[in-house]
Design a protein around this ligand. Structure first.
Ligand code: PEP
Ligand code: MN
Length: 272
């Protein structure tokens, strides 16, 4: 691919993004937590549950880019303060979305990883701003974007000086309606051919179906992803956002018990 001066595989072997000791690109890293931060009880109960189940980082949106302007938009600063509290209690680094270039510097005071959502993948002023930040960036694939467009967006961030970029395949729009999006699992080995950046998958927004999350998570381990980001809510039926696809802590914990052994099994396969 042309013009990928910094993200191309040719420039270096593999990038490992170190977030407070969690190494994305080395181990299979699991980021879990609610879609949005809703209350202290919701966040802390969920955070402790995902930590106990073996998650490596906590996710939670304080700014929610919703399809409808009337849907819950997130708690903003109050949400970030709750994430700070959850981090203090659990030790889990925080992954949270930033939607406006003007917010990057102060959101970065609360976030260990700045998430760029699918709807903002090509928001170039936002990309340039997170490129100036010292925080790692989780760049989700635009739901209508090619691998080339996606990698060019990562190039924007690296070209501003920030090389701590993690890519996230979160499903693309196809003609299929049974699932919310179509998880492009082939994006994982394709990105590994094209770039040195780590790539994780999002089984929640790609499927939009609770019943498919565990199988897609197992598949992501098998296809060589560097981790996943998954939504868990202590009481999914009460969630203000993405209620139909949030795992309960119990289901998440069961899934984690199957994921780790699969990873070790694959690590022990003979090298091709
Ligand atoms: C999210 O992770 O909360 C989210 C909104 O994801 P996406 O941008 O992939 O839809
Ligand atoms: Mn969500």
């Amino acid at each position: 691919m042309k013009n990928l001066k910094l993200v191309s595989r040719e420039t270096q072997k593999r990038t490992i993004v170190n977030v407070s000791g969690v190494e994305i690109g080395r181990d299979f890293v699991v980021i879990a937590g609610p879609c949005s931060v809703e209350s202290e009880t919701q966040l802390l109960e969920t955070a402790h549950a995902v930590k106990a189940a073996g998650a490596d980082m906590l996710r939670g949106g304080a700014f929610k880019p919703r399809t409808s302007p009337y849907a819950f938009q997130g708690l903003g600063l109050q949400g970030l303060k709750l994430l700070e509290k959850a981090k203090k209690e659990t030790g889990l680094p925080i992954v949270t979305e930033v939607v406006d270039p003007r917010d990057v510097s102060w959101v970065a005071e609360f976030a260990d990883v700045l998430q760029i959502g699918t709807r903002n993948m090509q928001n170039f002023s936002l990309l340039k701003e997170v490129g100036k930040s010292e925080r790692a960036v989780l760049l989700k694939r635009g739901m209508y974007s090619t691998l080339s467009e996606w990698l060019n967006c990562a190039e924007y961030i690296l070209s501003e000086g920030n090389s701590n970029v993690i890519l996230c395949e979160r499903g693309i729009r196809t003609f299929e309606t049974y699932t919310r999006n179509t998880l492009d699992l082939s994006a994982v080995p394709s990105i590994k051919e094209l770039s040195h950046l780590p790539i994780i998958i999002d089984p929640t927004h790609s499927t939009g179906r609770l019943s498919l999350i565990a199988s897609m998570s197992m598949a992501s381990v098998a296809v060589g992803a560097d981790g996943m980001i998954v939504e868990v809510h202590h009481k999914p039926q009460e969630a203000l956002c993405d209620a139909d696809q949030a795992l309960t802590p119990k289901i998440f914990s069961k899934m984690m018990k199957r994921l780790r052994p699969l990873k070790s099994f694959l690590n022990n396969l003979p090298v091709e």
